[in-house]
Ligand binder design. Structure first.
Ligand code: MLT
Ligand code: MN
Ligand code: ZN
Length: 301
């Protein structure tokens, strides 16, 4: 299985358009930042599945040769799997509207309901190429297939992680609104756990990630009051459903015990001090044996 980290930033990316924090200023000065959270996986390097569709999808697909068309109309993206209905993980569906065939979109039940209602991408996209929203059954392995029902040679298990609803739909309570994914390549035995958003490193996350070759985990915030500490009026990390990395009850203490062979942080917010090259927080991540994801990192599992 091939895995490409298309984007490793949280919502807003790095730099975020309206942010003058240390990390955003440094990214502007370097001319290099982070696009928003998404990963591409493929069994054969030719037919790809997007795990979430970010607002930066267009640049992300342009950045990697395996996605470039050869025919006059030609898509290497055969399906999308959504972990949640957040804007930074779904807005990219709008950017696939030039497609010539209906795009399969695997979604947990609650997310499918969001796309049919308060975030009406299903209807909006219908006059364009359209999306085929397919259920992602909780905690059962499902074989992923393309628009014609042909196997994409990867299976996906979606484990509900119980997030609060997105800010745009506070009343949404039915169905699964957030899942972690375990993607498996039966031919190679390769396995990949993708958890870009999680409220805790709990038994569900451990069960999902145990024994996998690679775990990509929620690295959004270092501390619970990170935004508040910078003078930004915003909820705490935990109130937003993101377990912070640092501190005695942070994720970093537990990540080395979940049993993944390699752990890489993704969905990293621009305010997170682990992004500063000389920060003690960054050194703590390294000391825990955890890696900080970068856009364009790739893996063969
Ligand atoms: C999140 O990850 O919590 C959301 O993407 C936040 C947001 O963009 O509103
Ligand atoms: Mn997000
Ligand atoms: Zn910033």
């Amino acid at each position: 299985m091939h895995v490409i980290l298309l984007g490793t930033g949280a919502g807003g990316g790095v730099p975020q358009w309206n942010c003058g924090c240390h990390n955003c200023r440094a990214a502007r000065a370097r001319g290099r930042g982070r696009t928003q959270s998404s990963v591409a996986v493929s069994a054969d390097g030719e037919r790809w599945i997007l795990l979430n569709a970010s607002p930066d999808l267009r640049t992300q697909l342009a950045a990697h040769a395996p996605f470039w068309p050869v025919e006059i109309r030609d898509s290497r993206i055969r399906a999308v799997v959504l972990t949640d209905g957040e804007i930074d993980h779904t807005l990219g569906l709008l950017l696939l509207r030039e497609g010539t065939t209906r795009m399969p979109v695997y979604a947990p039940s609650g997310v499918a309901a969001l796309l049919a209602g308060p975030w009406p991408l299903t209807n909006v996209l219908e006059p364009y190429s359209g999306i085929d929203v397919r259920p992602l059954p909780p905690s059962r392995s499902a074989a992923l297939t393309d628009g014609d029902g042909r196997s994409l040679d990867l299976t996906c298990t979606a484990v509900p992680l119980g997030r609060r609803p997105p800010r745009y739909a506070p009343q949404a309570t039915t169905g699964d609104l957030e899942v972690g994914l375990r993607i498996q390549d039966r031919a190679t035995g390769g396995s990949f756990a993708y958890v870009p958003s999680a409220a805790a490193v709990d038994d569900d996350v451990c069960a999902l990630a145990a024994g996998t070759d690679l775990l990509c985990f929620d690295g959004t915030f270092w501390s619970d009051a990170e935004l508040h500490g910078l003078g930004i009026v915003a909820p705490s990390a935990r109130a937003m459903g993101h377990v912070p990395l640092g501190g005695p009850d942070g994720s970093l203490q537990r990540l080395s015990h979940v049993g993944a062979k390699r752990t890489v942080l993704v969905h990293i917010n621009n305010t997170n001090p682990i992004l500063a090259s000389d920060s003690p927080e960054r050194a703590e991540v390294a000391a825990a044996g955890v890696e900080i994801g970068e856009d364009g990192m790739d893996f063969s599992l």
